[in-house]
Design a protein around this ligand. Structure first.
Ligand SMILES: CC(C)(COP(=O)(O)OP(=O)(O)OC[C@H]1O[C@@H](n2cnc3c(N)ncnc32)[C@H](O)[C@@H]1OP(=O)(O)O)[C@@H](O)C(=O)NCCC(=O)NCCS
Length: 187
C-alpha cells in the first residue's frame, strides 16, 4: 500500500511533500530528460542509480538533525508531479544546521508557469520559519537564465560569480552565486 507522506508546504497552486519510494520512477523520468539536465553536472544514469539516490533521500528523512529535504512538487488540483526541489543543510560542519543550499528541476512541459518560483518561495518561508536557517544559498551557470530568474523572483540576491567554476561535460562554465538571509525576509 502506497503511504503518501504528509504535505509539508502548501502554496496557492502547489503541495510539497517528502519523496517516497514509490516516486522512484517519476524521479528517474525527470532526471533522464536531457532538457532538465542541460545545466547540471549529474543525472541518474540508470534506474538502479536513481533507486539508490531516492533511498538516500528517504533515509535522510529519519536522521536527526535532518540533513536534507527533497520535496516532490505536486499540483494541488490534480496531484500530478511537476518537479522536485531539494534543500541540503550545512555542507560545512561549522555551518551545520544554519545554511541551506537549494536546487530544483521541473518537467519541461510545466516550465514558465511560475511553479519553480512559487515552490521556492514556499521552501524559503519553511526554511526560515520552521528550520530557523540563517541563510539559503543557490547558484546556476551563467547561461541558465531561467534559473537565475527563479532565484531573483524568490528574493535571492546575486553575490558573485565563480569564474569557470562549474564543469559540465568537459566544459567550464561561470557559476553565479545567490543567497537570501533570514533577515532579508524580516524574521
Ligand atoms: C530553471 C527551471 C527550474 C525554471 O522553472 P519554471 O517553473 O519554468 O520557473 P518559473 O516559471 O517560476 O520562472 C521562469 C522565469 O525564467 C524566465 N525564462 C525562461 N527561459 C528563459 C531564458 N532562456 N532566458 C531568460 N529568461 C528565461 C521566464 O520568463 C520566467 O521569468 P519571468 O516570470 O520574469 O517571465 C526549469 O527551467 C528547469 O527545471 N530547468 C532544468 C533544471 C535546472 O536548470 N535547474 C536549476 C539548476 S541550477
Amino acid at each position: 500500500m502506497f503511504e503518501v507522506p504528509d504535505v509539508l508546504i502548501e502554496t496557492d497552486r502547489l503541495l510539497l511533500r517528502d519523496v517516497a519510494e514509490q516516486d522512484t520512477q517519476l524521479v528517474y523520468q525527470l532526471y533522464s530528460l536531457p532538457e532538465s539536465s542541460r545545466y547540471e553536472y549529474w543525472s541518474p544514469a540508470d534506474a538502479a542509480k536513481t533507486k539508490r539516490i531516492v533511498s538516500k533521500w528517504i533515509r535522510e528523512q529519519h536522521q536527526n538533525p535532518r540533513p536534507a529535504f527533497h520535496f516532490i512538487v505536486l499540483l494541488k488540483e490534480t496531484k500530478a508531479m511537476v518537479g522536485i526541489c531539494g534543500l541540503e543543510i550545512g555542507f560545512n560542519p561549522d555551518e551545520a544546521g544554519k545554511i541551506g543550499n537549494v536546487g530544483y528541476r521541473y518537467l519541461p512541459d510545466e516550465w514558465n508557469k511560475g511553479y519553480a518560483t512559487e515552490a521556492l518561495c514556499g521552501v524559503v518561508e519553511f526554511s526560515f520559519s520552521h528550520l530557523s536557517l540563517h541563510k539559503i544559498e543557490s547558484g546556476c551557470v551563467k547561461e541558465n537564465r531561467a534559473s537565475a530568474r527563479v532565484l531573483e523572483k524568490s528574493g535571492f540576491q546575486f553575490e558573485g560569480c565563480r569564474r569557470q567554476g562549474f564543469l559540465i561535460d568537459d566544459q567550464w562554465h561561470d557559476f553565479m552565486i545567490y543567497g537570501i538571509l533570514k533577515k532579508d525576509k524580516g524574521y
